[in-house]
Design a binder for this molecule. Sequence first.
Ligand SMILES: [Zn+2]
Length: 458
Amino acid sequence: MRRTRSRSFPVLMLTLAFFAGIVYFLVNLTVHSAEWVSKPYNGHLSDSTGLEFAGRITDRNGIVLARSEDRKRIYNDDYDIRCACLPVVGDDSVNNSTAIQTLYRSELSGYDFIFGLGTPDKLKKGNDITLTIDSKVQTAAYRALGDSKGAVVVYNYRTGDILCMASTPTYDPMNKPEDIETNEKYEGAYLNRAVSSSYTPGSTFKLVTAAAALEKDRSLEHREFDCVGSVEIDDKPVNCFSVSGHIDMKDALKDSCNAYFATLAVELGRPCMNEEAQKLGFGKSWCFDGIETAKSSYDVSEASDYDLGWSGVGQYTVLETPMNMAIRTSAIANGGVCVVPHLIKDMDGDLLSSAADKSSKPERMMSSETADKLKEMMDYTVKESYGKWSFSGSLDVCAKTGTAEVGDDGIAHAWVTGFTTDESCPLAFAVIVEHGNSGFSVAIPVASAVLNAITENG
Ligand SMILES: [Zn+2]
């Protein structure tokens, strides 16, 4: 009798463990099945894309970007719109990891928990998704970038609506190039550079150094400096593009004086620069509608004074994605609190709120006084340096360019970030043209073309 009892205990435990396992599996199945089924490693998807009956994807004006007909995925009739929207919409594959058709494939296909992938055809009904992007604006960005590699982000810093999140190179989802893996022209074509590529920010980072100074001591806006075209730090030169003479912070930003901001970064010191960069979004990634941006990075803990100086002008090891930069700029436009963007305007069923749940929360990045001061300085920079004409449209723009030195081929990346001050059209933006060589003559015209496309569309 005793022996039987001593044997029955392990059997009971095994039985309990078995049922606990079943419960664990069923709970997971219920919660995650829709997600599992659309994973690329699901062999059952190999002979079908999972998009045969998927819902429509439309832009903010109802232009259909993708739909399913006769078990086939059809994209917009216009070649440029197809190419321009690919980084956001995706293609039949799941190679574009941040694209809507990759992230929301099960929602689009209307995956059914009861039938799984075997839902009878006549019961199949996908969910529609409306995006915040404007396909005309997205196409204007694609055309303005031309053969260059780069990215454009424009979003409304009041509502968070992303109007444009363009990335080149791209390709036609209806006719994918056969040499996409081997032709240098298509290098990184599966990446949406706006959210997934981190670049040296160059002089656009002077806004961060300026913010660090203003947050520490408001009177530093009047800090004066004599620029002779370079400054020695650790007995090594930090060179400027020109000789600015006697300047304060406002003129240093206007002239993009490296000597001024490198000296300022060294004076503020490593802990202050690290802390301020962190407040402005460095060291973190942002999440919106399930899309996660690559982390921006700034860390001068181990830097020499010379490197600390260069970090203050956005060189050294500083890296930032175009989207992270646009979010940082939105805080300047928005009284110091950043606005988290979003890409999905509407989705069938309860799916919209679940997309919103996957988004980061807005953060105060700086005081409203600092934001207003930076805004004033960016406005002054456009008026006194670039010329208001450089943004040829009807909008008033505050901006800062960057020409970021990069190691590989020696041709700098061209940047511009900024925002419009018109309350009826409040837009924050960031543009990068890889190896574009000049923020002023290459990145500003791209930004200008995209902003014009927005005002022309009304
Ligand atoms: Zn200078």
